[in-house]
Ligand binder design. Structure first.
Ligand code: 13P
Ligand code: SF4
Length: 365
């Protein structure tokens, strides 16, 4: 019988240097039993301990293919849920800080999405004409909703492929929770803005007329990312006036007007790839989270590349920032002693249909 887990309070006052040494030592002891996955928005002190880094799609694939018993996810809650759903039953997904959520994911929930579905059913034949598509930034029960209604999950790096898959099944898409990813992707596929209507969940019938619903190709949930909404087209205009040679790159969670002015649009992994592969001595204005941009700036300086953050005020993902070295040391040292803390475990009645929509995505992308 092992003693009870070490409490988090014992770690709260440790400094980063001490935590770093303890993380390295714990990882060495755990060896191949444990894999640490790190999203690109993690702070440097945590990011450097990740065995694999990536965007949501890459990390989902890693979670599905990993042989490790413990998958420690330095990211946000929905990412650890996906790791749990896609991994084998004997594997354990862990989120170092349970408060690391995603404010965009919280903008859609099972109750308001079901209400929307039922309301649409009063106007159109939803089951036969609408594919529900949830951005991976959503709770597991919404992935399950998609699984139960012949729907699918998408990420920022496969959204176009997933929309093509969806339109091959049915004529319309209900896309949640991020309106911007849906609109930016649909527009790039040639769908006119008038055929992409926004469902305002605070209004009866989403604030739409029956005709708008009948004419729509994509019904976009009125959700957004508070970090990416800080980027504005006027930031691009002002920057280009000063440095006209700049290339602009945006995450598709940025608004339509910003993405329209961007030279490139892509997921976090794609942003890194494009700038890393660019010519030396180029200048970049980037619309995505600050930790990624700062790290990329440092990395590319040797090649004379200048990588700038788009907004004049600092805009970090505060929930990604919750994961610190103290929490990482805490979960890893507990694992060394055989204690699992902060396990993310999705119940079967949600995990089984959610896996269906995630597997549809992995097959289609
Ligand atoms: P990526 O899949 O591009 O990493 O995006 C995840 C995310 O939450 C962006 O805000
Ligand atoms: Fe969610 Fe936005 Fe943070 Fe991404 S950056 S995890 S969408 S709150």
């Amino acid at each position: 019988m092992t003693a009870s887990p070490f409490p988090i309070q014992d770690y709260a006052l440790l400094d980063d240097v001490e935590c770093e040494q303890r993380i390295i030592a714990a990882k060495r002891k755990l060896g191949k039993q444990c894999i640490v996955l790190g999203h690109h928005y993690q702070r440097d002190e945590v990011f450097k301990h990740a065995d694999i880094t990536g965007d949501s799609l890459k990390l989902s694939r890693e979670a599905a293919e990993s042989e490790a018993k413990y998958i420690v996810f330095c990211g946000v809650h929905f990412m650890a849920e996906v790791a749990d759903i896609l991994s084998r039953p004997e594997q354990i997904a862990i989120l170092p800080d349970m408060a690391a959520g995603c404010s965009m994911a919280d903008m859609a929930n099972q109750v308001n999405v079901q209400k929307c579905w039922d309301a649409l059913a009063t106007v159109i034949d939803v089951e036969n004409s609408v594919t529900p598509v949830t951005y991976i930034n959503s709770a597991a029960d919404l992935k399950a909703f998609c699984g139960r209604h012949e729907g699918i999950v998408c990420t920022s790096s496969n959204a176009e492929k997933i929309l093509n898959w969806s339109f091959a099944q049915k004529e319309k898409v209900l896309f949640f929770p991020d309106q911007h990813l849906g609109r930016n992707t649909g527009y790039r596929m040639g769908i006119p803005l008038e055929q992409m209507v926004t469902w305002d969940f605070s209004q009866p019938m989403g604030g739409l007329t029956e005709q708008q619903i009948r004419d729509a190709k994509i019904i976009l949930w009125k959700g957004y990312c508070s970090v990416h909404q800080a980027f504005k087209p006027e930031h691009i205009d002002a920057f280009l006036e000063k440095y006209p040679e700049t290339k602009v790159i945006a995450h598709p969670e940025a608004c339509f007007e910003v993405c329209q002015k961007a030279d490139y649009i892509g997921s976090t992994e794609t942003i890194l790839k494009i700038i890393r592969e660019a010519e030396p001595n180029t200048r970049w204005l980037v619309a995505t989270e600050l930790n990624l941009v700062n790290r990329l700036h440092e990395e590319c300086q040797a090649e004379g590349k200048q990588v700038h953050f788009m907004a004049p005020t600092l805009s970090m993902c505060s929930t990604m920032f919750r994961t610190d070295t103290q929490h990482l040391a805490w979960v890893l040292e507990n694992l060394v002693e055989g204690h699992v803390v902060n396990q993310i475990s999705v119940p079967d009645e949600i995990a089984v249909p959610a896996r269906k929509s995630l597997e549809n995505m992995l097959r289609a992308s």
